[in-house]
Each structure stands twice: as structure tokens, then as C-alpha cells.
Design a protein around this ligand. Sequence first.
Ligand code: PGA
Length: 250
Amino acid sequence: MEKLLIAANWKMNKTIGEAAEYIKDFIPRLAGWDRVEVVICPPFTCLAHLSEALQDTGIHLGAQNVFWESKGAFTGEISPAMLLEMGCRYVIIGHSERRQIMGESDQDINRKLKSASSSGLVPIFCVGETLQERETGQARDVVLRQLQQGLAGLALQDLVIAYEPVWAIGTGLNASPTDAQEMCGYIRESLGMIRDQSWAAAIPILYGGSVTAVNIAGFVEQQDINGALVGGASLDPEQFARIVRLNTDA
Ligand code: PGA
């Protein structure tokens, strides 16, 4: 993989004014640093502003959700074309909060993945087990099911996978780098079985779940971890810049 990819998932945080302040503070902190591709996924309402503010910075824009239909009577939903028009390159699909709170099924996620990737967006497809599933030895089966059902019938396209164990999200309880590597290695192996090995080898696999400036380096030095999806610690520009710089002074 050429570069690491580190994505900020702001979730339902920041008004346009707050986003503008953040960007002003954040951009200068990345000066001289090009080892990481950075993606910011703000709420829909900040996309237009950030699309302008991030021009010529090399930082990519992503959305946190998308609907599978291209237009019509779907109150409250947003289409892939609308996101592309806002300058989005990426879109998070299948986040555990959407699976758990909004009741998204593997079938819904499959439709979203198909629609987003055929429109030219790069999905950041989230998978991961709950604590109960891990404790009962089902973690691999759950992740494999999410991958198989999510990717069913999908053409070979650009894709990013984010392994986010549900018990590690927003809890301060990150997976250990070796546990995360074990699952990310299994994910790559599974992608190879689902499609083909050379495609699987080129797919960036991110770890997500309580990533901070303190633990980022331990994750990205693992063989099958190509970056991170960061929630809470991405909300502060100084913290997120330290994560993107892998907490080095380089
Ligand atoms: P967290 O969230 O970094 O706050 O644990 C990660 C995510 O939900 O993508």
C-alpha cells in the first residue's frame, strides 16, 4: 500500500462555524507531512463548506451515510450523486451505530455499497463484532457474514474496509494491536476468498475503536492495518493532527 489512510468520523458533531474553526487550526499542523492520506467525514450540513475549505489541501472529503436509490420519494435521504456534487470521494457505509441504532441490515448495507461504488464513491465499509459475540467465540463468523453479505454481487471496485469492534467504539477500550492485526489479517484472507487475492492485497484495511495519538503507531505498524477510522479523538484538531502525524515529530 502506497500510503496510510486516516479518516475522521465526526458523527453528529460540529456546526458549520465550528467546522470552519477546526479547519483553520488543523491545516497548518499538517505542513510538510505527506505520509498519510487524510479524509474528513463531517455531518451532511458541513459538506458544502468543507468542500471549499479543503480545496488544494490534498485532504479528501467523505460522508457518513448514503441512500441506495438515485432519486425519488425518500424523505430525509441523500443520493450518491448528491455526495459527489459536494466533492465527496468517500462514504462510510455500515457503521455499527447505523446498524444498531437505525436498524440497518446486511441487505441494506449491500444495496448502499452497490449504489455508492457504481456511482464512483469509495465506500469505507465498516464491519466488527459486539462484545458478546467476541466473548462467545463468534467474532470471525460475524465479520465474515458481514463481508459476504455486504459485498454480495458487488463488482471489483475501489473499496476501503474498516474493522471496528463494537465494544471498542467510544469506550476508551481499544483492541490490542495484535488482536486487531489478527482480525484484519482474517479480513484480507476472506476478501481473497470472496473475490481474488490480488484485489484483496490492494484493499486498505483500517482499524477503528478508541484510536488516539498514543496508540495509533502500534496499529499502523501491523502488517494488515493500513490506517484508522477515528471518532472521538478526531473532533479536536490538535489531537487529530497528532494522530495523522503518527505522534512523531517528523
Ligand atoms: P471512536 O469511534 O474513535 O470514538 O471509538 C470510532 C468510530 O466509530 O468510527
